[in-house]
Design a protein around this ligand. Structure first.
Ligand code: NAD
Length: 509
Protein backbone atom coordinates (compact mmCIF):
# COMPACT_ATOMS: atom_id res chain seq x y z
CA UNK A 1 0.00 0.00 0.00
CA UNK A 2 1.27 3.49 -0.81
CA UNK A 3 1.68 6.01 1.98
CA UNK A 4 0.04 9.41 1.42
CA UNK A 5 1.55 12.67 2.53
CA UNK A 6 -0.90 14.82 4.49
CA UNK A 7 0.08 18.45 4.88
CA UNK A 8 -1.21 21.80 6.14
CA UNK A 9 -3.80 23.94 4.36
CA UNK A 10 -2.89 27.60 4.43
CA UNK A 11 -4.41 30.53 2.53
CA UNK A 12 -6.67 28.35 0.39
CA UNK A 13 -4.20 25.70 -0.73
CA UNK A 14 -2.04 22.81 0.48
CA UNK A 15 1.24 23.94 2.00
CA UNK A 16 4.23 23.50 -0.28
CA UNK A 17 7.12 23.46 2.21
CA UNK A 18 9.01 20.50 3.64
CA UNK A 19 8.43 19.28 7.21
CA UNK A 20 11.15 18.44 9.69
CA UNK A 21 8.88 16.18 11.70
CA UNK A 22 6.09 13.83 10.62
CA UNK A 23 3.76 11.29 12.22
CA UNK A 24 2.42 7.98 10.96
CA UNK A 25 -1.29 7.62 10.21
CA UNK A 26 -2.77 4.10 10.38
CA UNK A 27 -5.70 2.17 9.05
CA UNK A 28 -6.81 0.78 12.42
CA UNK A 29 -8.54 -2.21 10.80
CA UNK A 30 -5.31 -3.50 9.25
CA UNK A 31 -2.72 -1.90 11.52
CA UNK A 32 -0.87 -0.67 8.41
CA UNK A 33 0.61 2.81 7.97
CA UNK A 34 -1.36 4.56 5.23
CA UNK A 35 -0.06 8.08 5.47
CA UNK A 36 2.40 10.48 6.99
CA UNK A 37 1.24 13.77 8.37
CA UNK A 38 3.47 16.86 8.54
CA UNK A 39 3.95 18.36 11.98
CA UNK A 40 3.92 22.16 12.06
CA UNK A 41 6.68 24.03 13.82
CA UNK A 42 6.29 27.63 15.03
CA UNK A 43 7.12 29.08 11.62
CA UNK A 44 4.33 27.12 9.91
CA UNK A 45 1.83 28.06 12.62
CA UNK A 46 2.87 31.69 12.18
CA UNK A 47 2.21 31.43 8.43
CA UNK A 48 -1.27 30.05 9.04
CA UNK A 49 -2.09 32.71 11.63
CA UNK A 50 -0.67 35.34 9.26
CA UNK A 51 -2.99 34.13 6.49
CA UNK A 52 -5.94 34.21 8.91
CA UNK A 53 -5.08 37.73 10.04
CA UNK A 54 -4.69 38.98 6.47
CA UNK A 55 -8.09 37.54 5.54
CA UNK A 56 -9.83 38.91 8.63
CA UNK A 57 -10.09 42.55 7.51
CA UNK A 58 -12.19 41.81 4.44
CA UNK A 59 -14.11 38.87 5.89
CA UNK A 60 -15.33 40.76 8.93
CA UNK A 61 -16.63 43.51 6.62
CA UNK A 62 -18.33 41.10 4.21
CA UNK A 63 -22.10 41.43 4.58
CA UNK A 64 -23.89 38.85 6.70
CA UNK A 65 -25.99 38.02 3.64
CA UNK A 66 -22.86 37.07 1.66
CA UNK A 67 -21.36 35.19 4.61
CA UNK A 68 -24.60 33.24 5.02
CA UNK A 69 -24.50 32.49 1.29
CA UNK A 70 -21.11 30.80 1.65
CA UNK A 71 -22.40 28.83 4.64
CA UNK A 72 -25.38 27.58 2.61
CA UNK A 73 -23.05 26.54 -0.22
CA UNK A 74 -20.77 24.73 2.26
CA UNK A 75 -23.80 22.93 3.73
CA UNK A 76 -24.89 21.73 0.29
CA UNK A 77 -21.42 20.41 -0.55
CA UNK A 78 -21.06 18.73 2.83
CA UNK A 79 -24.40 17.03 2.40
CA UNK A 80 -23.65 15.94 -1.17
CA UNK A 81 -20.22 14.54 -0.27
CA UNK A 82 -20.91 13.08 3.16
CA UNK A 83 -20.22 9.52 1.99
CA UNK A 84 -16.70 10.48 0.92
CA UNK A 85 -16.03 12.26 4.19
CA UNK A 86 -17.39 9.29 6.18
CA UNK A 87 -15.07 6.95 4.25
CA UNK A 88 -12.08 9.14 5.16
CA UNK A 89 -13.10 9.05 8.82
CA UNK A 90 -13.47 5.26 8.74
CA UNK A 91 -10.08 4.80 7.10
CA UNK A 92 -8.16 6.72 9.79
CA UNK A 93 -10.33 6.47 12.91
CA UNK A 94 -11.73 2.96 12.47
CA UNK A 95 -15.37 3.60 13.46
CA UNK A 96 -18.05 1.94 11.32
CA UNK A 97 -19.33 3.77 8.25
CA UNK A 98 -22.88 4.37 9.58
CA UNK A 99 -21.40 5.89 12.73
CA UNK A 100 -19.11 8.13 10.65
CA UNK A 101 -22.15 9.28 8.66
CA UNK A 102 -23.86 10.08 11.96
CA UNK A 103 -20.85 12.16 13.00
CA UNK A 104 -21.02 14.13 9.74
CA UNK A 105 -24.79 14.65 10.16
CA UNK A 106 -24.35 16.06 13.68
CA UNK A 107 -21.65 18.44 12.42
CA UNK A 108 -23.89 19.45 9.53
CA UNK A 109 -26.57 20.44 12.05
CA UNK A 110 -24.24 23.11 13.38
CA UNK A 111 -23.51 24.34 9.84
CA UNK A 112 -27.28 24.64 9.33
CA UNK A 113 -27.62 26.57 12.58
CA UNK A 114 -24.82 28.90 11.45
CA UNK A 115 -26.65 29.53 8.15
CA UNK A 116 -29.01 31.61 10.30
CA UNK A 117 -26.23 34.02 11.21
CA UNK A 118 -28.14 37.15 10.09
CA UNK A 119 -30.76 36.30 12.71
CA UNK A 120 -28.23 35.14 15.32
CA UNK A 121 -26.27 38.41 15.19
CA UNK A 122 -29.29 40.65 15.64
CA UNK A 123 -28.63 43.03 18.50
CA UNK A 124 -31.01 44.97 20.71
CA UNK A 125 -32.29 48.52 20.19
CA UNK A 126 -33.91 50.80 22.76
CA UNK A 127 -35.46 53.94 21.40
CA UNK A 128 -35.54 56.97 23.70
CA UNK A 129 -33.45 55.33 26.46
CA UNK A 130 -33.06 58.91 27.61
CA UNK A 131 -34.69 61.96 26.04
CA UNK A 132 -33.39 62.18 22.48
CA UNK A 133 -30.98 59.28 23.10
CA UNK A 134 -31.17 55.75 21.65
CA UNK A 135 -29.10 52.73 22.76
CA UNK A 136 -28.27 49.68 20.69
CA UNK A 137 -25.92 46.72 20.77
CA UNK A 138 -24.01 44.87 18.07
CA UNK A 139 -21.90 41.72 18.16
CA UNK A 140 -18.59 41.79 16.30
CA UNK A 141 -16.07 39.03 15.47
CA UNK A 142 -12.87 38.59 17.47
CA UNK A 143 -10.25 37.99 14.76
CA UNK A 144 -8.27 34.81 14.01
CA UNK A 145 -9.37 31.98 16.32
CA UNK A 146 -7.96 28.48 16.88
CA UNK A 147 -9.86 25.18 17.01
CA UNK A 148 -7.90 22.25 18.46
CA UNK A 149 -9.63 18.88 18.24
CA UNK A 150 -9.30 15.26 19.42
CA UNK A 151 -9.07 12.05 17.41
CA UNK A 152 -12.48 10.65 18.21
CA UNK A 153 -14.62 12.98 16.07
CA UNK A 154 -12.29 14.31 13.35
CA UNK A 155 -15.14 16.04 11.49
CA UNK A 156 -17.91 16.71 14.01
CA UNK A 157 -15.88 18.28 16.80
CA UNK A 158 -14.22 20.90 14.56
CA UNK A 159 -17.72 21.55 13.17
CA UNK A 160 -18.98 22.30 16.69
CA UNK A 161 -16.94 25.48 16.39
CA UNK A 162 -15.81 26.65 12.96
CA UNK A 163 -19.19 27.13 11.25
CA UNK A 164 -20.23 29.74 13.81
CA UNK A 165 -16.75 31.24 14.01
CA UNK A 166 -16.65 31.73 10.23
CA UNK A 167 -20.28 32.86 9.96
CA UNK A 168 -19.73 35.47 12.65
CA UNK A 169 -16.85 36.98 10.65
CA UNK A 170 -13.80 35.43 12.32
CA UNK A 171 -11.02 33.60 10.54
CA UNK A 172 -9.92 30.17 11.72
CA UNK A 173 -6.88 27.95 12.20
CA UNK A 174 -7.84 24.32 12.92
CA UNK A 175 -5.34 21.94 14.52
CA UNK A 176 -6.85 18.44 14.17
CA UNK A 177 -5.64 15.31 15.90
CA UNK A 178 -2.49 13.95 14.32
CA UNK A 179 -4.06 10.45 14.48
CA UNK A 180 -6.76 11.16 11.86
CA UNK A 181 -5.85 14.41 10.11
CA UNK A 182 -7.39 13.99 6.64
CA UNK A 183 -11.00 14.94 7.42
CA UNK A 184 -9.95 18.53 8.19
CA UNK A 185 -8.24 18.87 4.81
CA UNK A 186 -11.34 17.54 3.07
CA UNK A 187 -13.43 20.18 4.86
CA UNK A 188 -10.93 22.89 3.90
CA UNK A 189 -11.26 21.96 0.22
CA UNK A 190 -15.08 22.07 0.54
CA UNK A 191 -14.85 25.59 1.93
CA UNK A 192 -12.82 26.69 -1.06
CA UNK A 193 -15.37 25.15 -3.40
CA UNK A 194 -18.13 26.91 -1.46
CA UNK A 195 -16.50 30.26 -2.23
CA UNK A 196 -14.90 31.07 1.12
CA UNK A 197 -12.08 33.57 0.55
CA UNK A 198 -8.55 32.22 0.93
CA UNK A 199 -7.14 32.48 4.43
CA UNK A 200 -10.49 32.45 6.26
CA UNK A 201 -10.12 28.72 7.00
CA UNK A 202 -6.69 27.18 7.56
CA UNK A 203 -5.47 23.84 8.89
CA UNK A 204 -2.17 23.15 10.61
CA UNK A 205 -1.25 19.60 11.57
CA UNK A 206 0.97 18.50 14.37
CA UNK A 207 1.30 17.92 18.07
CA UNK A 208 2.07 19.86 21.24
CA UNK A 209 4.53 22.17 19.45
CA UNK A 210 1.79 23.46 17.11
CA UNK A 211 -0.76 23.72 19.92
CA UNK A 212 1.57 25.63 22.20
CA UNK A 213 2.46 28.13 19.47
CA UNK A 214 -1.24 28.77 18.83
CA UNK A 215 -1.78 29.30 22.57
CA UNK A 216 0.96 31.89 22.72
CA UNK A 217 0.45 33.62 19.39
CA UNK A 218 -0.55 37.26 19.96
CA UNK A 219 -2.86 37.33 16.90
CA UNK A 220 -4.99 34.35 18.02
CA UNK A 221 -7.89 35.88 19.92
CA UNK A 222 -9.79 32.80 21.08
CA UNK A 223 -9.23 29.06 21.44
CA UNK A 224 -11.80 26.26 21.34
CA UNK A 225 -10.25 23.01 22.51
CA UNK A 226 -11.61 19.49 22.91
CA UNK A 227 -9.53 16.61 24.27
CA UNK A 228 -8.42 14.93 27.48
CA UNK A 229 -8.69 16.72 30.81
CA UNK A 230 -4.94 17.22 31.51
CA UNK A 231 -4.44 18.82 28.07
CA UNK A 232 -7.68 20.83 28.39
CA UNK A 233 -6.41 22.25 31.69
CA UNK A 234 -3.04 23.11 30.08
CA UNK A 235 -4.77 24.78 27.13
CA UNK A 236 -7.08 26.78 29.37
CA UNK A 237 -4.32 27.94 31.70
CA UNK A 238 -1.82 28.78 28.94
CA UNK A 239 -4.35 30.41 26.62
CA UNK A 240 -5.91 32.61 29.29
CA UNK A 241 -2.46 33.56 30.58
CA UNK A 242 -1.81 34.89 27.09
CA UNK A 243 -4.95 36.98 27.18
CA UNK A 244 -7.17 34.77 25.04
CA UNK A 245 -10.78 33.76 25.41
CA UNK A 246 -10.67 29.97 25.93
CA UNK A 247 -13.20 27.16 26.12
CA UNK A 248 -11.51 23.80 26.79
CA UNK A 249 -13.67 20.68 26.86
CA UNK A 250 -12.06 17.74 28.65
CA UNK A 251 -12.57 14.07 29.41
CA UNK A 252 -15.51 12.21 30.87
CA UNK A 253 -16.75 9.25 32.87
CA UNK A 254 -20.43 9.04 32.07
CA UNK A 255 -22.77 7.19 34.41
CA UNK A 256 -26.13 5.71 33.51
CA UNK A 257 -28.43 5.22 36.50
CA UNK A 258 -31.00 2.42 36.18
CA UNK A 259 -33.83 2.47 38.71
CA UNK A 260 -35.74 -0.74 39.58
CA UNK A 261 -38.85 0.37 37.66
CA UNK A 262 -36.97 1.00 34.39
CA UNK A 263 -37.80 -0.71 31.11
CA UNK A 264 -34.89 -3.16 31.33
CA UNK A 265 -34.79 -3.94 27.62
CA UNK A 266 -34.61 -0.24 26.79
CA UNK A 267 -31.88 0.16 29.42
CA UNK A 268 -29.89 -2.86 28.21
CA UNK A 269 -30.07 -1.68 24.60
CA UNK A 270 -28.93 1.78 25.70
CA UNK A 271 -26.02 0.43 27.75
CA UNK A 272 -24.74 -1.62 24.81
CA UNK A 273 -25.24 1.13 22.21
CA UNK A 274 -23.73 3.88 24.36
CA UNK A 275 -21.03 1.70 25.90
CA UNK A 276 -19.66 0.08 22.73
CA UNK A 277 -20.61 2.40 19.86
CA UNK A 278 -17.43 3.79 18.25
CA UNK A 279 -15.62 1.21 20.43
CA UNK A 280 -16.29 3.41 23.46
CA UNK A 281 -14.20 6.22 21.99
CA UNK A 282 -16.85 8.87 22.58
CA UNK A 283 -16.77 11.58 25.21
CA UNK A 284 -20.49 10.85 25.78
CA UNK A 285 -20.05 7.05 25.90
CA UNK A 286 -21.59 5.37 28.91
CA UNK A 287 -18.71 3.80 30.84
CA UNK A 288 -20.42 3.16 34.18
CA UNK A 289 -23.83 1.56 34.61
CA UNK A 290 -25.17 2.20 38.11
CA UNK A 291 -27.75 -0.49 38.87
CA UNK A 292 -30.06 0.22 41.81
CA UNK A 293 -30.90 -3.00 43.70
CA UNK A 294 -32.36 -5.40 42.77
CA UNK A 295 -31.99 -4.89 38.97
CA UNK A 296 -28.24 -5.68 38.70
CA UNK A 297 -28.45 -9.42 37.95
CA UNK A 298 -31.23 -9.14 35.39
CA UNK A 299 -29.58 -6.18 33.68
CA UNK A 300 -26.19 -7.90 33.46
CA UNK A 301 -27.86 -10.99 31.94
CA UNK A 302 -29.62 -8.92 29.27
CA UNK A 303 -26.49 -6.90 28.46
CA UNK A 304 -24.33 -10.03 28.12
CA UNK A 305 -26.83 -11.55 25.71
CA UNK A 306 -26.70 -8.46 23.51
CA UNK A 307 -22.90 -8.23 23.65
CA UNK A 308 -22.46 -11.79 22.44
CA UNK A 309 -24.18 -11.01 19.14
CA UNK A 310 -22.27 -7.79 18.34
CA UNK A 311 -20.39 -7.94 15.04
CA UNK A 312 -16.88 -6.56 15.45
CA UNK A 313 -15.06 -5.92 12.19
CA UNK A 314 -13.64 -3.32 9.82
CA UNK A 315 -15.53 -0.05 9.75
CA UNK A 316 -15.84 -0.22 5.97
CA UNK A 317 -17.78 -3.55 6.07
CA UNK A 318 -21.56 -2.95 6.11
CA UNK A 319 -22.12 -5.79 8.61
CA UNK A 320 -19.75 -4.37 11.23
CA UNK A 321 -21.33 -2.81 14.31
CA UNK A 322 -18.10 -2.00 16.14
CA UNK A 323 -14.68 -1.27 14.67
CA UNK A 324 -11.14 -1.36 16.02
CA UNK A 325 -9.50 1.15 18.38
CA UNK A 326 -7.64 4.08 16.91
CA UNK A 327 -4.01 2.99 17.43
CA UNK A 328 -2.11 -0.03 18.69
CA UNK A 329 -0.84 1.96 21.67
CA UNK A 330 -4.36 2.97 22.65
CA UNK A 331 -5.65 -0.60 22.25
CA UNK A 332 -2.84 -1.87 24.50
CA UNK A 333 -3.59 0.76 27.13
CA UNK A 334 -7.30 -0.09 27.14
CA UNK A 335 -6.51 -3.83 27.28
CA UNK A 336 -4.26 -3.29 30.30
CA UNK A 337 -7.36 -2.26 32.29
CA UNK A 338 -8.78 -5.77 31.86
CA UNK A 339 -6.00 -7.30 33.95
CA UNK A 340 -5.99 -4.33 36.35
CA UNK A 341 -9.72 -4.68 36.98
CA UNK A 342 -9.41 -8.38 37.78
CA UNK A 343 -6.43 -7.74 40.08
CA UNK A 344 -8.43 -5.07 41.91
CA UNK A 345 -11.36 -7.43 42.56
CA UNK A 346 -13.87 -6.58 39.82
CA UNK A 347 -15.69 -9.46 38.08
CA UNK A 348 -14.74 -9.76 34.41
CA UNK A 349 -18.21 -10.76 33.18
CA UNK A 350 -17.29 -10.56 29.46
CA UNK A 351 -13.65 -10.52 28.28
CA UNK A 352 -13.44 -8.61 24.97
CA UNK A 353 -10.18 -10.36 24.07
CA UNK A 354 -12.22 -13.44 23.23
CA UNK A 355 -14.69 -11.73 20.90
CA UNK A 356 -14.43 -12.85 17.25
CA UNK A 357 -13.40 -10.33 14.60
CA UNK A 358 -15.40 -10.70 11.41
CA UNK A 359 -14.13 -9.80 7.95
CA UNK A 360 -10.90 -9.56 6.06
CA UNK A 361 -8.62 -7.54 8.31
CA UNK A 362 -5.33 -9.26 8.89
CA UNK A 363 -4.08 -10.01 12.36
CA UNK A 364 -2.50 -6.63 12.97
CA UNK A 365 -5.65 -4.50 13.33
CA UNK A 366 -6.13 -2.74 16.65
CA UNK A 367 -8.88 -5.01 17.93
CA UNK A 368 -10.50 -5.39 21.28
CA UNK A 369 -14.04 -6.71 21.65
CA UNK A 370 -16.69 -5.39 24.04
CA UNK A 371 -15.86 -5.99 27.68
CA UNK A 372 -18.07 -5.99 30.78
CA UNK A 373 -16.98 -5.67 34.39
CA UNK A 374 -19.47 -6.33 37.19
CA UNK A 375 -19.28 -5.39 40.89
CA UNK A 376 -16.95 -2.47 40.22
CA UNK A 377 -16.30 0.02 43.03
CA UNK A 378 -14.75 3.49 43.25
CA UNK A 379 -11.04 3.21 43.97
CA UNK A 380 -10.55 0.57 41.26
CA UNK A 381 -8.72 1.95 38.22
CA UNK A 382 -11.47 0.70 35.89
CA UNK A 383 -13.84 3.01 37.76
CA UNK A 384 -11.56 5.96 38.47
CA UNK A 385 -9.86 6.36 35.06
CA UNK A 386 -11.32 7.44 31.76
CA UNK A 387 -10.53 4.28 29.76
CA UNK A 388 -11.94 5.51 26.43
CA UNK A 389 -12.49 2.06 25.00
CA UNK A 390 -15.15 -0.68 24.82
CA UNK A 391 -15.17 -1.39 28.56
CA UNK A 392 -18.40 -1.01 30.52
CA UNK A 393 -18.41 -1.21 34.32
CA UNK A 394 -21.44 -2.12 36.43
CA UNK A 395 -21.60 -0.63 39.93
CA UNK A 396 -24.39 -1.91 42.17
CA UNK A 397 -25.94 0.46 44.71
CA UNK A 398 -28.70 -0.08 47.28
CA UNK A 399 -30.71 3.08 46.52
CA UNK A 400 -31.33 6.05 44.26
CA UNK A 401 -29.60 8.31 46.78
CA UNK A 402 -26.45 6.16 46.74
CA UNK A 403 -26.43 6.24 42.93
CA UNK A 404 -26.84 10.01 42.82
CA UNK A 405 -24.12 10.51 45.45
CA UNK A 406 -21.76 8.31 43.42
CA UNK A 407 -22.34 10.35 40.25
CA UNK A 408 -21.99 13.67 42.03
CA UNK A 409 -18.75 12.60 43.73
CA UNK A 410 -17.13 11.87 40.36
CA UNK A 411 -14.64 14.54 39.23
CA UNK A 412 -16.10 14.55 35.70
CA UNK A 413 -19.50 15.94 34.76
CA UNK A 414 -19.96 15.58 31.02
CA UNK A 415 -23.04 13.42 30.39
CA UNK A 416 -25.35 11.17 32.37
CA UNK A 417 -28.67 9.42 31.99
CA UNK A 418 -31.41 8.04 34.19
CA UNK A 419 -33.59 5.10 33.20
CA UNK A 420 -36.96 4.94 34.92
CA UNK A 421 -40.71 5.03 34.29
CA UNK A 422 -41.21 7.38 37.22
CA UNK A 423 -41.44 10.99 36.03
CA UNK A 424 -40.98 12.34 39.55
CA UNK A 425 -37.77 10.36 40.07
CA UNK A 426 -36.44 11.50 36.68
CA UNK A 427 -37.30 15.11 37.48
CA UNK A 428 -35.52 14.88 40.82
CA UNK A 429 -32.45 13.38 39.15
CA UNK A 430 -32.37 16.09 36.50
CA UNK A 431 -32.58 18.69 39.26
CA UNK A 432 -29.97 17.21 41.62
CA UNK A 433 -27.32 15.74 39.35
CA UNK A 434 -24.12 17.77 38.89
CA UNK A 435 -23.55 17.03 35.22
CA UNK A 436 -23.84 19.31 32.20
CA UNK A 437 -25.87 17.08 29.84
CA UNK A 438 -28.62 14.82 31.15
CA UNK A 439 -30.64 12.12 29.40
CA UNK A 440 -33.96 10.77 30.60
CA UNK A 441 -34.25 7.30 29.04
CA UNK A 442 -31.81 8.67 26.41
CA UNK A 443 -28.25 7.38 26.78
CA UNK A 444 -26.17 9.83 24.71
CA UNK A 445 -27.82 13.20 25.32
CA UNK A 446 -25.74 15.28 22.89
CA UNK A 447 -27.73 18.52 22.59
CA UNK A 448 -29.12 19.54 19.20
CA UNK A 449 -27.32 22.42 17.47
CA UNK A 450 -29.61 25.17 18.75
CA UNK A 451 -28.82 24.25 22.37
CA UNK A 452 -25.22 24.11 23.58
CA UNK A 453 -22.82 21.24 24.34
CA UNK A 454 -20.76 21.27 27.49
CA UNK A 455 -19.98 19.40 30.67
CA UNK A 456 -19.34 20.51 34.23
CA UNK A 457 -16.41 20.12 36.63
CA UNK A 458 -13.28 18.54 35.05
CA UNK A 459 -15.11 18.06 31.74
CA UNK A 460 -14.98 21.77 30.82
CA UNK A 461 -12.67 24.67 31.59
CA UNK A 462 -14.21 28.02 30.71
CA UNK A 463 -17.62 29.62 30.95
CA UNK A 464 -19.18 28.96 27.56
CA UNK A 465 -20.33 25.73 26.03
CA UNK A 466 -19.94 24.75 22.37
CA UNK A 467 -22.33 25.83 19.57
CA UNK A 468 -25.90 27.11 20.03
CA UNK A 469 -26.30 30.51 21.66
CA UNK A 470 -23.12 29.99 23.68
CA UNK A 471 -21.20 29.48 20.45
CA UNK A 472 -22.42 32.76 18.98
CA UNK A 473 -21.46 34.50 22.21
CA UNK A 474 -18.03 32.87 22.34
CA UNK A 475 -17.08 33.93 18.80
CA UNK A 476 -18.28 37.53 19.09
CA UNK A 477 -17.90 40.44 21.45
CA UNK A 478 -20.61 42.91 22.26
CA UNK A 479 -20.46 46.61 21.56
CA UNK A 480 -23.13 48.91 22.95
CA UNK A 481 -23.74 52.29 21.35
CA UNK A 482 -25.41 55.24 23.06
CA UNK A 483 -26.43 57.75 20.41
CA UNK A 484 -27.94 61.21 20.12
CA UNK A 485 -28.65 63.11 16.92
CA UNK A 486 -29.33 66.82 16.85
CA UNK A 487 -32.85 67.86 15.89
CA UNK A 488 -33.29 67.94 12.10
CA UNK A 489 -31.97 71.18 10.62
CA UNK A 490 -34.79 73.68 10.03
CA UNK A 491 -33.25 74.60 6.65
CA UNK A 492 -30.03 75.72 5.02
CA UNK A 493 -28.06 77.75 7.51
CA UNK A 494 -30.43 76.80 10.34
CA UNK A 495 -29.24 75.62 13.75
CA UNK A 496 -30.64 72.85 15.96
CA UNK A 497 -30.68 73.02 19.77
CA UNK A 498 -27.40 72.42 21.61
CA UNK A 499 -26.89 70.35 24.75
CA UNK A 500 -25.00 73.06 26.63
CA UNK A 501 -22.13 72.51 29.07
CA UNK A 502 -22.70 70.07 31.97
CA UNK A 503 -19.75 68.36 33.69
CA UNK A 504 -21.95 66.05 35.83
CA UNK A 505 -22.18 62.26 35.31
CA UNK A 506 -24.76 61.52 32.60
CA UNK A 507 -28.14 60.42 33.99
CA UNK A 508 -31.28 59.46 32.12
CA UNK A 509 -34.15 61.79 31.88
P1 NAD B 1 -5.76 14.55 23.57
O1 NAD B 1 -5.95 15.43 24.76
O2 NAD B 1 -4.63 13.57 23.61
O3 NAD B 1 -5.54 15.42 22.24
C1 NAD B 1 -6.42 16.47 21.90
C2 NAD B 1 -5.66 17.50 21.06
O4 NAD B 1 -4.60 18.07 21.85
C3 NAD B 1 -4.99 16.92 19.82
O5 NAD B 1 -5.13 17.84 18.77
C4 NAD B 1 -3.54 16.73 20.25
O6 NAD B 1 -2.64 16.87 19.17
C5 NAD B 1 -3.33 17.86 21.24
N1 NAD B 1 -2.40 17.51 22.33
C6 NAD B 1 -2.15 16.27 22.84
N2 NAD B 1 -1.26 16.36 23.86
C7 NAD B 1 -0.96 17.68 24.00
C8 NAD B 1 -0.12 18.40 24.90
N3 NAD B 1 0.59 17.79 25.84
N4 NAD B 1 -0.04 19.75 24.77
C9 NAD B 1 -0.76 20.39 23.81
N5 NAD B 1 -1.58 19.74 22.95
C10 NAD B 1 -1.68 18.41 23.03
O7 NAD B 1 -7.15 13.79 23.33
P2 NAD B 1 -7.46 12.63 22.30
O8 NAD B 1 -6.83 11.36 22.81
O9 NAD B 1 -7.20 13.05 20.91
O10 NAD B 1 -9.05 12.53 22.46
C11 NAD B 1 -9.69 11.80 23.46
C12 NAD B 1 -10.04 12.67 24.64
O11 NAD B 1 -10.88 13.75 24.22
C13 NAD B 1 -10.84 11.93 25.70
O12 NAD B 1 -10.37 12.32 26.97
C14 NAD B 1 -12.26 12.41 25.48
O13 NAD B 1 -13.11 12.35 26.61
C15 NAD B 1 -12.02 13.82 25.08
N6 NAD B 1 -13.16 14.37 24.38
C16 NAD B 1 -13.96 15.23 25.04
C17 NAD B 1 -15.08 15.75 24.43
C18 NAD B 1 -15.97 16.70 25.15
O14 NAD B 1 -16.86 17.22 24.51
N7 NAD B 1 -15.79 16.98 26.42
C19 NAD B 1 -15.36 15.40 23.09
C20 NAD B 1 -14.52 14.53 22.43
C21 NAD B 1 -13.42 14.01 23.09
Amino acid sequence: MTSTRITHWIAGRPWSGGAERRGDVYDPATGKVTGQVDFADSAVVDQAVGAALAAFRDWRSTSVAKRAGVLFAFRELLNARREELAAIIVSEHGKVHSDALGEVARGQEVVEYACGIPHLLKGGFTEQASTGVDVYSVRQPLGPVAVISPFNFPAMVPMWFFPLAVAAGNTVVVKPSEKDPSAANFLAALWREAGLPDGVFNVVHGDKAAVDRLLEHPDIKAVSFVGSTPVARHVYETGTRHGKRVQALGGAKNHMLVLPDADLDLAADAAVNAGFGAAGERCMAVSVLVAVDPVGDELVTRIKRRMASLTVGPGSAPASEMGPLVTGAHRDKVTSYLDAGVAEGAELAVDGRGHPVTGDTGADGFWLGPTLFDRVRPGMSVYDDEIFGPVLSVVRVPSYDDGLALINANPYGNGTAVFTRDGGAARRFRHEVEVGMVGVNVPIPVPVAYYSFGGWKSSLFGDTHAYGEDGVKFFTRAKTVTQRWPEPSPGPGGQGPRGGIDLGFPTNG
